[in-house]
Write a protein that binds this ligand. Structure first.
Ligand SMILES: [Mg+2]
Length: 240
């Protein structure tokens, strides 16, 4: 069911996913393009809503910063393992770094043997992308399961044409809660926007806190609203 996106009060904090929400998904993760209007919207929201705008993504922090330059927003990177708060301070949860390294080593031979598969190494997580080889979905799933079975504390997070391997207990919902404990997010009503299974943790947290949750495009969700990227941008434009 689709219904119009809601009006918001001035006392709102914005949490927004990156891939598939702010930018269209590309064949390779490094090929996404940020439209100038997206930077304008984020800057406008940040100014209007007291800097209470955070990007919540599976991407590494430096990669997000590169795409969003010259903006330097609050960011939960790698699903929250690395989090830069609104004051610019970075919080890193580096538990699991060794296990992630070991898991990446298990996956590397599969990637070497199959052109088009991409292993994205990050600080505290690793992502196996199969967007260019969708027929290998099952093979990749099996490999991801093999990679975590001997690496205690890691879990698999299935996304769109990707399996993310990262320490259990870290997710986008935990990241949103951490931001909401801090200025300028504290005391504000959270709005969360995302397109993927990895956003569902955050949707659940924000629903529980009485906020607004918006799912971009198709797929099962616990979010309250659904739209496409264009609809989201129109709605955001009306708020600034
Ligand atoms: Mg996404």
């Amino acid at each position: 069911m689709t219904r119009p996106l809601p009006p918001v009060s001035p006392n709102i904090a914005f949490f927004v996913d990156f891939d598939g929400t702010l930018v269209d998904i590309a064949p390779r993760p490094d090929q996404v393009e940020v439209e100038p209007r997206v930077l304008d919207l984020l800057a406008g929201l940040s100014e209007k809503f007291g800097q209470a705008v955070a990007v919540v993504t599976g991407r590494p922090l430096d990669v997000v910063d590169g795409f969003l330059a010259p903006l330097k927003l609050a960011v939960a990177a790698e699903h929250g393992s690395i989090r830069r708060d609104a004051s610019g301070q970075t919080h890193a949860d580096s538990r699991g770094v060794d296990a992630v390294e070991a898991a990446a080593a298990v996956l590397q031979p599969l990637v070497d043997a199959n052109p088009g598969l991409i292993l994205e190494r990050k600080q505290v997580s690793v992502a196996l992308h199969f967007r260019q080889r969708p027929e290998l979905a099952e093979v990749c799933k099996d490999a991801a399961e093999e990679a975590v079975v001997n690496n205690d504390g890691l879990c698999i997070l299935p996304g769109k044409m990707v399996f993310e391997l990262r320490p259990a207990g870290i997710d986008k919902g935990v990241a949103v809660r951490a931001f909401l404990d801090e200025a300028p997010f504290r005391g504000r009503v959270p709005v969360y926007m995302g397109d993927d299974a990895t956003d569902e943790h955050a949707f659940a947290v924000v629903n529980k806190l009485g906020g607004i949750t918006i799912k971009i495009d198709g797929g099962d969700t616990v979010a309250q609203y659904r739209t496409d990227r264009e609809g989201l941008f129109v709605w955001m434009s009306g708020l600034v």
